[in-house]
Structures are given as C-alpha cells and as structure tokens.
Design a protein around this ligand. Structure first.
Ligand code: GLC
Length: 433
C-alpha cells in the first residue's frame, strides 16, 4: 500500500470518529445505531487515543455516567431521543436518567484504560480514581448478580449482552424462550440494512420476549438469576471479564488503590477456575455453556480464541487452538470468521454467523501475541488491514469475498484501524502497551 493511500485511510478513520462524535460520546454509526453503546465506546476510545488522549478518557467517563446504583454499566445509553431505533427507552422501561437499556455488554473498559494509561499516563488522579471505583463496582456486580453461587462463570441474560447477537451458540438456549405473548412490534434495523443480513423474525421475537421478561421483573438481579429463560455463560464475556480483572488490578496497583487491586485479583482467580469448565475436549477449544441445562455449545466461534486474550496458560491447549486457527484460515481469504467456516450454519454475510469483525480480530490478535503466536497475530492484523483497504470502514466483512456488510462509516472499525490495523499504528506488542 502506498504512503498516500495509508494517510488517506488514517485521515478517513479520524474523520469517521469526529463525524460520529456527539459531544463526549460516539455513536457506532449514524442511522442504524444512534446512541452510546457500551463496548463500542470502550473500543472507540482506543481510536481516539491515536490522536487525542483527552477525548479517549472522556469517552469512557460518559459511558460510566450511565452506571446503575447496583453497579451495572448498561449496554445502551439513550442520551437523546431517536424514533428511528427499536427497542427504545419505552420498551426497556428502566426508569433511569439518562434512560438506558436494562442489560450490559462485554466489560472491555479496564483493558482499554490500561492501554491508555501505559501509552500516555493517567488523566488527572481524581478522574482515574473515580473510574477505577466505578469499574470495580461493575465487575463486582458481575460476580454478585451474574454468578450468585460463585462458580467462576458469569451469565448473560440476553444474547445482546454478548455483543455477538445472533451467534449459533444462542440457537439452542433461545429455542426454550416462549414467544407466544410477544405481540406485534415494528423493527427499525431492517429499514437501514437489507433484511437478509439481519437476524431472522423468530430470533427477533425471542429477543423481544427477553426484553419483556426483564421489564416485567423490574430488571431485578435476583429475579433474573432465578428465572431468566436465558442464562448462558458466554465464552467471550467470560474471557473479556477475566482479562479485565487482571488489567484492573494492574491499574489499581499503580493508582495506590490496593483494596481494589486485591478484589480484582480474587475475582480474576475465581474466573480463571470457572473458565476451565468451558473447555470442550471434543472441539479442542473453549465454548459457551447454557447454564440452565449444563450444555456446552457445539461449535467453535471466533470468541473461542479469546481464551488466549484471557490468559490461557496450558501449552497443550494453546498448541491445539493454534492448529485449529490455521485450519479455519485455510478455506477463507480473510480471517477471522466469527463462526466455524466448516460448519453447516456458517454464513459469510450473516452478522455473527460468519463475517469478520475488526474488533474481535484486535482482541484475538492480542491474545495470540501474548501466547507467543506472533505470526498468526500478524496474519490477522494484515487481513484486517486488507479488508478495510478493499471495502472501507464497514461494520463487518465477508471473509470469502472481502465485501463490507452492515453499517458503513463504522466507529469501531475506524478505531481498530487507527489503534492497530493501519501500518502507521503504534502497535508495539499487544494491548498491554
Ligand atoms: C450490534 C452488535 C453489537 C454492537 C452494536 C452497536 O448489536 O452485535 O456488538 O455493540 O451493534 O455497534
């Protein structure tokens, strides 16, 4: 790629972030996602860090401003009205100010903060302390509300909490969700994006049934833990939380918050023990588990390799996962597909059932680097660079044809370019520096 092309893409990525900046928070993309999303904001902060560290910290602060009294940081904050989105504040009915959804998303924030801190030092100390306290409360909420029996695995109560909305992992647990009382509603996503690329109607009915369930129980943690029809240990969320505890401890240590560091280490150790239960000897990787039925998912997903990002230490398992990753990459032109390309349910354009996502690539590549698999990490980065160069800053990409899918001018894709995929990015090692 020529220097001019690289600087054109670097400039375009910065322009996308600025265009999607709503003053302190960034929308994932115009139209389709007009509010602040949880893990989008965290990852977008990495993009800002490439040219404006102050703005990067601010993105995290606005996200934490949506935190609930019980510690949960919600998956959407509805800072402004927008009739073009469904389900909006009225459907969630969480009675908060600002209005929010009633569920969370993968807690990648502490890991992002560690990178901001390592690259350019803390924001002023009062601000860092406040952020660390908020994150400690959020992680503690995961432990208390989503693992009330202390098993070391945290549950999600809605596929949307995984951030990988229509993954085949959810098909079986979701088949138990009763949709007979859902009623009629008007989706908005299919007004922005071709319906063939979005979740199917029955999937959407089940998503809405779970929103209605939470709402009718006042989003009460205990009621959700006891009765939620969907109670699943997502391999992605568990890996991301486990890593986040490690990074929270690191940050808290440096900020002199030793009590927070100690709590994070204890929770992290418990999560490491629980994570072992997600290992599938049959598949040779870690997968999600339906906790209501004690049933492991039947295929690997891109999230399986987040085990390395979480800190997998078993050499035999690492070798097996590395071998499988190479097998996955063979039939597709561009890695990493979100779902097993050899599986009958693989679909290269259907959202989380096949397409490549730059953010997952970023986290998986970090894990590969940590495990010493630098060649594979570089392959994933180079593929991400090639996809963005060929298609543009799309929400996700077809791993076979390199076409872009979903929303265009997508914030987190632009951020991953600036932070990591661009040849000009400061990508010394993994996310830890
Ligand atoms: C979709 C994705 C989710 C993301 C959101 C906003 O719902 O599945 O991960 O946070 O869009 O980009």
């Amino acid at each position: 790629m020529s220097i001019t092309e690289i600087s054109r893409l670097d400039a375009q990525a910065r322009a996308i972030l600025k265009e999607n900046d709503r003053g302190g928070y960034t929308v994932p993309t115009k139209g389709l996602y007009p509010f602040q999303w949880n893990w989008d904001s965290a990852l977008v902060a990495l993009g800002y860090a490439a040219f404006d560290t102050g703005r990067a910290w601010r993105e995290i602060e606005t996200l934490l401003e949506g935190q609930w009294g019980n510690g949960m940081v919600p998956h959407i904050i509805f800072w402004r009205d927008d009739a073009g989105y469904f389900p909006g504040p009225g459907e969630w009915d969480t009675r908060r100010s600002p209005p929010t959804s009633g569920i969370t998303q993968p807690p990648v924030v502490a890991t992002v903060m560690r990178r901001l801190f390592a690259r350019s030092g803390p924001p002023d100390p009062g601000r860092l302390d406040a952020m660390l306290k908020a994150i400690d409360r959020w992680h503690q909420w995961f432990a208390d509300a989503r693992d009330p029996n202390g098993t070391g695995l945290v549950a999600i109560v809605h596929p949307w909490e995984s951030g990988r909305d229509n993954l085949p992992d959810w098909d079986h647990p979701m088949s138990y969700v009763d949709i007979s009382k859902v009623g009629t509603y008007q989706r908005r996503d299919t007004q922005h994006i071709d319906a063939g690329q979005r979740p199917a109607k029955t999937d959407y009915d089940r998503y809405m049934a779970l929103v209605q369930f939470g709402r009718s129980h006042g989003w009460d943690d205990k009621k959700l833990a006891d009765h939620s029809p969907f109670w699943v240990a997502d391999v992605g969320t568990n890996a991301i939380l486990r890593r986040a505890e490690h990074d929270l401890a690191w940050l808290a240590e440096r900020a002199g918050e030793t009590a927070i560091a100690e709590r994070a280490r204890l929770r992290g150790a418990n999560l490491a023990r629980g994570f072992d239960g997600l290992w599938s000897e049959k598949l040779g990787g870690y997968v999600s588990m339906d906790l209501r039925r004690g049933r492991l998912a039947e295929a690997l997903t891109a999230g399986s390799w987040l085990a390395l990002y979480a800190g997998e230490g078993d050499p035999a398992r690492i070798a097996r996962m590395a071998g499988l990753l190479e097998q996955w990459l063979e039939p597709v032109g561009f890695g990493l597909p979100s779902f097993d390309p050899g599986h009958p349910l693989f679909d290269p354009i259907l959202y989380w059932r096949g397409p490549v996502w730059a953010i997952i690539n970023r986290l998986v590549a970090d894990g590969l680097t940590r495990a010493g698999l630098t060649k594979l990490a570089e392959r994933i980065r180079a593929d991400t660079e090639a996809l963005i160069r060929k298609a543009g800053f799309y929400e996700y990409f077809n791993p076979v044809t390199a076409e872009g899918g979903g929303g265009d001018s997508f914030s987190w894709t632009a951020a991953m370019w600036l932070d990591w995929a661009s040849p000009t990015a400061d990508k010394i090692g993994g996310l830890e520096v």
